[in-house]
Design a protein around this ligand. Sequence first.
Ligand code: NAG
Ligand code: NAG
Ligand code: NAG
Ligand code: NAG
Length: 153
Amino acid sequence: MFSQIIGVLALAGASTAASLQRHDFPASNVTVLSLDKNYNSTGGEGHVAIGGVLSPFGSIGAGCGVNWDNGVAYGGGLQAGSDAFGLGGGFKITPTTLEVGTGFGINPSNSSADVTFTGHTNGTFQLRFSSSSPFACVPSNEEGSNVVVCTTS
Ligand SMILES: *[C@@H]1O[C@H](CO)[C@@H](O)[C@H](O)[C@H]1NC(C)=O
Ligand SMILES: *[C@@H]1O[C@H](CO)[C@@H](O)[C@H](O)[C@H]1NC(C)=O
Ligand SMILES: *[C@@H]1O[C@H](CO)[C@@H](O)[C@H](O)[C@H]1NC(C)=O
Ligand SMILES: *[C@@H]1O[C@H](CO)[C@@H](O)[C@H](O)[C@H]1NC(C)=O
């Protein structure tokens, strides 16, 4: 699954900004590059990926997939990319844990951030945020929910 989705991202990165007329608004040629499923009675995966040129973004790629494995886990992932932004993430659910991770890239400034969440059936969980840029977080309480908002300076 991921190799095909990463292939889409490679395609998205293949056309550099220089090779695209930013204000030319070429006709879109985004197509579904793959739409597959592969499974048996115990496990498998399904995914869809798109790619091509889309005005005004330039080359874009996006894909997502799900997978499952009886007695082990189920989960999925998504990826998207263009000249400006990149996004990749995935989740995995086992009988006792939920794991979610997402990475964000802002290409013009070379900045990136990652968020991971891990939760357990015993009620404990952790949220982790990391960033290439300095940021500050403000904790608060909104209508009974504990909230933290982190913003780059
Ligand atoms: C079903 O697919 C999974 C994942 O590809 C594989 O590990 C497993 O051996 C397969 N089981 C059968 C019965 O073919
Ligand atoms: C879309 O057009 C670009 C620029 O001509 C080309 O490089 C790319 O391969 C095309 N993509 C598809 C999916 O046809
Ligand atoms: C981003 O990184 C690239 C490659 O390292 C570099 O050429 C470019 O100048 C950087 N841009 C910024 C805004 O830092
Ligand atoms: C909850 O479960 C996780 C994963 O098994 C474990 O690491 C953690 O210590 C547990 N915490 C408590 C309070 O039971």
